[in-house]
Design a protein around this ligand. Structure first.
Ligand code: ATP
Ligand code: MG
Length: 482
């Protein structure tokens, strides 16, 4: 393993070294940058620690760069940051920490580079590289982190119970790194996580969710989600997910374990899309199952309406996990609500109007819904999966054909509400809504084509029922073709 820096990175690091010599302090690259460089992973931000004032070093280094970057800093934390080209540099003074039981905020005092390495969470995050003239580029590795990088192991520099009890967020970080890097958490370290899982309660939900989202964004989120479950962490912040676990057997009939099924669906989705919110839709697609589970004689296990229950649970879960309560949440709730629809179209004798309804309801999210639905096809029976996937392809083709013909996805009514009011000389009222719905339903059902003329004729008919008739000659504004 070796570190390969770009000439630009080297130039910046040498300047930082010069700045620290001016200030008479030593400085080192440390943490994620060193780890990721050694692993050959792309990285665009570097943490620099110095035996002295990190803010002063940041200013001195910035003064040597052209154009001179703007330094932002937090006096209280003693940290400073600047961005140069697209490279982020973070400066901090080396420190020594000691913890008390009730808080993850340690007492901090200035320390040596060794003190600073000792407070790091994992051996692979404690590697430091000197930027000082006399030993520029030298790696300091007090806890054998390099060997752990090679063996792909997550290990703590101190006893793991101390590490996790001092700052319980590290339990989430261990699982996140294991997932992102495809590393194994050393068994005794994982056992310490299990023992200390309850301590996660002192961590704010925002920080927990930050880590959770990093797990969700990894190539194979199931690795981390399974570890979260097995360690006992998950139940403390997302008990609804834990409710998905387990298999019940009645009269010899079992249902599938919905937790492990869900993990499979998340991985399948992740293989097809980087969209974090689509992955969240996969996480929540069956979340309504435990509440709707029934054993029906003669039938076996059913989960009727779990998609509706799941849709309703979504805002609550987003709030609980401090996920954004905006259109992202609405998108996830919508996909949860619709997740059974595409597969239901694989049955025989499906009409075009069922296709149109799905195009209408899914709208711009149809592709994502199809990814979710396809990912939901999991079974131990390979033949079954193959058959389903083949039928699913047929549905996709039909949806494309119906959409080409009828243009439902970005559907605008051929006659707007305003126009309906003009045609019948109505003020905003219930009738306007009824007439609008009549047009939409007739088009989706294929009773009339998606044109102005057909919709106008239908309006006149429906108007008779409501005892209203068009007044005078309605002239269509130009540009509004049906
Ligand atoms: P990434 O940037 O990919 O999240 P990282 O390792 O750089 O990974 P940061 O959160 O940026 O993680 O932290 C930078 C470094 O600070 C870490 O490598 C680690 O040495 C140290 N660190 C961060 N959080 C903690 C913590 N909770 N306890 C101990 N050390 C930590
Ligand atoms: Mg980092």
């Amino acid at each position: 393993m070796e570190i390969v820096c770009t000439p630009e990175e080297l130039r910046i690091f040498e300047l930082v070294g010069n700045a620290s010599a001016e200030l008479n302090v030593s400085c080192y690259l440390i943490g994620g940058f060193v780890r990721d460089k050694l692993l050959g992973r792309p990285t665009k931000d570097a943490d620099i620690v110095c035996t002295g004032d990190g803010i002063a070093l940041a200013h001195a280094a910035a003064a040597l760069l052209k154009p001179r970057p703007h330094v932002s800093f937090f006096k209280n934390f003693g940290t400073a940051h600047f961005r140069y080209n697209d490279f982020d540099l973070e400066f901090v003074g080396a420190r020594k920490e000691s913890y008390r039981a009730e808080s993850r905020k340690p007492d901090v005092e200035p320390g040596t580079i060794e003190d600073d390495q000792l407070r790091r969470d994992f051996t692979i995050n404690a590697l430091a590289i000197s930027l000082n003239k006399d030993d520029f580029g030298k790696l300091t590795d007090p806890f054998d982190g390099l060997a752990d990088l090679e063996r792909k192991i997550i290990r703590t520099p101190l006893g793991p119970d101390v590490t996790f009890s001092d700052d319980p967020l590290r339990m989430m970080r261990a699982i996140r790194f294991a997932t992102q890097l495809n590393f194994e958490i050393l068994p005794e370290v994982f056992e310490a996580i299990c023992r200390n899982c309850e301590r996660i309660k002192i961590i704010s939900q925002e920080r927990i969710t930050d880590e959770l989202n990093k797990i969700m964004a990894a190539a194979k989120p199931s690795v981390g989600l399974d570890l979260l479950y097995k360690s006992g962490l998950l139940k403390h912040f997302f008990p609804q997910a834990v409710d998905l676990t387990g298999v019940e057997i009645i009269e010899g009939k079992g249902h599938k374990d919905n937790f492990y099924h869900t993990l499979q669906v998340i991985d399948n989705t992740a293989a097809k899309s980087d969209n974090l919110w689509l992955r969240w839709a996969a996480f929540l697609h069956d979340i309504g199952k435990p509440a709707t589970k029934k054993f029906e004689d003669g039938h076996g296990w059913t989960f009727h309406g779990h998609e509706v229950v799941g849709e309703r649970m979504t805002p609550r879960i987003f709030k609980q996990l401090k996920l954004p309560l905006n259109d992202r949440m609405k998108y996830v709730a919508k996909l949860v609500a619709l997740h059974l629809r595409p597969i239901s179209l694989t049955k025989e004798d499906i009409t075009d109007s069922a296709m149109r309804r799905l195009l209408f309801d899914a709208g711009e999210d149809l592709e994502d819904l199809m990814i979710l639905c396809e990912s939901d096809i999991t079974s131990k029976n390979k033949m079954k999966v193959k058959k389903y996937l083949e039928n699913f392809e047929i549905v996709k083709e039909r949806l494309v054909a119906v959409e080409e013909n009828d243009r439902i996805r970005s559907w605008q009514p051929p006659i707007s509400g305003d126009e309906i009011m003009q045609i019948f000389n109505l003020t905003p009222s219930r009738e306007v809504g009824v007439l609008k719905n009549t047009i939409r339903e007739a088009i989706l059902d294929g009773v009339i084509p998606n044109t102005f003329e057909a919709a106008y004729a239908l309006l006149v008919e429906k108007g008779k029922e409501l005892k209203i008739q068009p007044v005078g000659n309605f002239i269509r504004p130009s540009g509004g073709e049906g």
